[in-house]
Design a protein around this ligand. Structure first.
Ligand code: HEM
Length: 215
């Protein structure tokens, strides 16, 4: 069911066009990472303030409220680029263990928001009492740091996993090249040199010619 969906997604016109474009992958990945820098800064600042570490010149409410908009914009851009990156090779990412870890951590982030948003992030003005920042806010900040750190690590790990040889992409390559060893070599090269994923490498197999992204 989910697998059929991801195969359908990667075969839609938009994803196919992105996959076959010259610099779609590099551009989206660059935007994804740049927005992570923007978003990451807002998350780190908010959490450090909640933990009482820094920046001390601003109240908790000032930090939480003023960073809310840039944080949401950053997350929206990351999510959009991430979704498009995913759709380009959805089946391969679907089978990727680090992608699965990342999705699991996102679900935990959603649970974290459900638990702590009402009492911490939406109640920032009430957090600075005579007894300092309450423990629940510090716990929320610490868990948030761990989850986002895990998401960044899992995101970085995605690129280091080889797609399993039974994936749809591999089957396509295999039927295209009529040569399992060559298909495996192409997939290996795709994964060891991902920055060139979109370059139209031409394979010559006997009298057959084609690009790696042939669908
Ligand atoms: C705040 C949220 C996110 C963070 C912190 C994050 C983090 C990362 C990082 C660090 C990378 C590796 C970049 C690199 O190799 O240089 C990455 C890549 C990627 N992310 Fe995200 N990501 C986020 C959201 C998403 C979402 C929502 C999706 C999908 C729906 C997604 C899908 C991907 C994909 C497909 C890649 C490409 C991996 C590759 O081909 O190497 N990400 N992400």
């Amino acid at each position: 069911m989910l697998l059929s969906f991801v195969i359908w997604l990667q075969q839609t016109g938009l994803m196919r066009a992105l996959r076959e474009s010259d610099h779609g992958y590099e551009t989206l990945l660059a935007l994804h990472v740049s927005c992570i820098a923007l978003f990451g800064a807002t998350v780190v600042l908010t959490n450090l303030r909640l933990l009482g570490i820094a920046p001390e010149g601003y109240s908790v409410a000032e930090i939480v409220d003023q960073l809310r908009v840039p944080k949401r914009i950053g997350l929206l851009c990351i999510g959009t680029c991430g979704f498009l990156l995913f759709g380009m090779k959805a089946e391969e990412y679907y089978l990727n263990v680090f992608f699965r870890i990342k999705v699991t951590l996102f679900l935990l982030v959603a649970a974290h928001a459900l638990v702590f948003r009402p009492s911490v992030y939406n109640a920032a003005a009430d957090l600075e009492g005579a007894f300092g920042i309450p423990a629940r806010a510090k716990v929320a900040a610490a868990i948030s740091c761990v989850l986002w750190f895990g998401i960044v690590c899992a995101g970085r790990g995605i690129g280091y996993m080889h797609p399993p040889p039974f994936s749809h992409h591999f089957s396509q390559l295999q039927s295209f090249t009529h040569n399992p060893a060559l298909a495996a070599t192409v997939m290996y090269r795709e994964n060891t040199n991902r920055s060139q994923m979109q370059s139209p490498q031409v394979l010559t197999v006997g009298t057959q010619k084609g690009t790696r992204n042939a669908d």
